[in-house]
Design a protein around this ligand. Structure first.
Ligand code: ADP
Ligand code: MG
Length: 131
């Protein structure tokens, strides 16, 4: 097939998004968290994939679109924390607009704890912009 409908992974496959990729890479290098927001199908997942791949750090990714349970979400979070003792880890949370839908997960306190105590974990939130 000539054109894939999947999100892109490589910079050479991504058209006209150098600025966005650099912005995300900059944030990652400064250990800042970043949100990639925009309309559906505009290329958010692709831009985040390429930037994180280019950064060369460990990527841990969860897509909340596929009905992520509390256990799955917490397990991925634990993986990110565990890996961060030896590596810089980029935790990509795709379709982050569904975060409030994961039953029983207190996201504000989880993120507060992650931000304060796990400085080797940078979070990239990818989501459809609400409002
Ligand atoms: N800059 C781009 N260059 C080439 N293909 C792109 C670009 N942005 C998006 N696409 C393609 O468009 C489709 C939607 O991209 P995706 O990253 O899944 O968007 P989103 O996450 O915003 O819904 C995919 O097939 C992807 O490969
Ligand atoms: Mg997407």
């Amino acid at each position: 097939m000539l054109f894939s409908t999947r999100p892109k992974e490589k910079k050479q496959d991504l058209y006209n998004r150098d600025k966005e990729v650099e912005m995300i890479k900059d944030s990652i290098s400064r250990n800042e968290w970043i949100a990639v927001l925009g309309m559906r199908r505009i290329g958010k997942t692709s831009v985040a994939n390429v930037a994180v791949n280019e950064s060369g750090f460990v990527r841990i990714k969860v897509d909340l679109k596929t009905n992520c349970t509390k256990e799955e979400f917490l397990s991925i979070l634990s993986q990110a924390k565990a890996q961060s003792t030896d590596n810089k880890v980029i935790l990509v949370i795709d379709n982050a607009q569904y975060l409030p839908k994961i039953a029983g997960v207190q996201t504000p306190s989880i993120f507060h704890n992650l931000y304060d105590n796990y400085t080797n974990v940078s979070v990239v939130l990818v989501g459809v912009q609400l409002s």
